[in-house]
Design a binder for this molecule. Sequence first.
Ligand code: 9MR
Length: 602
Amino acid sequence: MTARPFIRTLFQSATLAAALIAGRVQAQNQPLSDAIRLNQLGFYPNAPKLAVVVGNVTGPFQVMTSDVKKVVFTGTLSEARTNTISGKITHLADFSAFTKPGSYVVVVPGTGHSYPFDIRTDVHRDLAIGAIKGFYYQRTAIDLPAKFAGKWARPAGHPDTRVLIHPSAASAGRPAGTVISSPKGWYDAGDYNKYIVNSGITMATLLSLCEDFPGYVKNLNTNIPESSNQVPDVLDETLWNLRWMLTMQDPADGGVYHKLTNASFDGMVMPDKATKDRYVVAKSTTATLDFAAVMAQASRVLKPYNSALPGLADSCLTAAVNAWAWANANPQVMYNQREMNARFDPDVTTGGYEDRSADDEWIWAATELYVTTKDEAYYKAVNLFPDTRTPLPSWPMVRTLAYYTLARNSSNLTAIVRKDVPKLNQHLTSMADSLINGADRQAFQTVMGKSAKDFIWGSSSEAANQGIALIQAYRYSTSPNRNRYLRYALGNLDYLLGRNAVGYSFVTGYGDKTPLHPHHRPSVADGIDAPVPGLLSGGTNANAARQDKCSGYTTTIADEVYLDADCSYASNEIAINWNAPLVYLAAALEALQNEQKVNPGQ
Ligand code: 9MR
């Protein structure tokens, strides 16, 4: 983070100086070209290295030192590829064979040079740390002092110590208007509300990183108030939200409120200036099951930290068991904001996180509870494989999170469940195989974007979750070809960091062409030019113009509809469920690279 602007400044002044010395000719010969798309942070020495040139250009390309003075590698651009979505032509510049650490640019004679990038062994480590730190900046109810927040320091917002029970959430013990305390947690996104459903997958993703790479996360220091304790920073960060989630459970019956929210979205003001009444709204089956799953997983992950966090693991398990009981008594309470508003006041118009089916939430909660307790009653309560699909995880579709959990705990299952492991592995590998199938022929050679359907609201998280799916398959596959999964996981990180149809690195502050105007209230209102760093923009969304009606979109081509404007909440908001898979992908690839697992071979 700190090194990038410095490198960039150095690079820009070096380029400028070179241009001045050589006269205008040099500048004209080697302009910065937006047509050369690559991971703007860089590459691991022993991993694949690809740049994609958009346009019909043939011939040689070079890798040069970042002062554009010395050629260190020469290659030939690939045959033309046609982007199946836009019809545009691309050519690949593959310099995987070049492995020497340093700072470089890719030069395509007649086109120009790329942004500068590094080749080094820990090239995504700062990103992993920065993306975790992004959650710190989303914290409610705590001052962010300069010591931890740098120039993005700000006073606490939303203490949430006086939250009203909305009429939709009233119960005998807590009639409408009752005041409860429900502090901490992260802001969901560019808005200031807190939603249990979206916390569900977010927490699962971060807890899974801790479960999958415990050794690696121990050394990720994010400079937060808890950094000096015995708990890894990423786990400390999740605790900020976990403690809020615990307050969202009604102690009288175990049910969990769907969300804690204003009646309507705040204006573009700083958190401490947003002081509207806050409500907890309707309990729901999906929120309660997501809560049960998170608490059961957290109980497992927190167990080794019992001396630093006495009793917390046990409290989480109790909360999970009580939530499960509520869901069993209330199996079909689906949150429907329109119906709720027809019955109760005030109307609530903030994020809905509505779902058509809770079947997948049942599978996920049952699995987490089973794995933590080994009580087979949970396992027998659901049909783990209702069909042959392995849907990519997203906030309304959490079934595959159950598969990841069973796979990662497969050496510690009871006999009756162990017999399902081969089927489980088959689900994970066939999912990965279908993801990578044909990716090698794509215009950007990425899994992401094989289909125009990838470009939905929050598409960046599709890319990141595809990457996670590939890493899970890599971890459990016994195929000699499993390294392919890792290569394509890395390819999707390259996508997020610039190898894509719009040429943006979608992470604020990480890369050279990054979102400067995310739909993120603090970034808009804080008076600081640079947006809060380490936040993943939702990214390209084919339907964004219709959804947010922001003016300024210039195209309807599915993989190009992205607008770096703060009105574009359908293509340029940030959200915790998008940042979490970025954290996982970057940190997991770093961990695997440390183990020399990411390489261009088979
Ligand atoms: O991420 C959500 C996306 O899948 C939905 O299509 C969209 C519209 O319902 O809502 C997104 O979630 C938003 C939430 O409702 C409120 N906070 C901001 C979230 C990100 O845009």
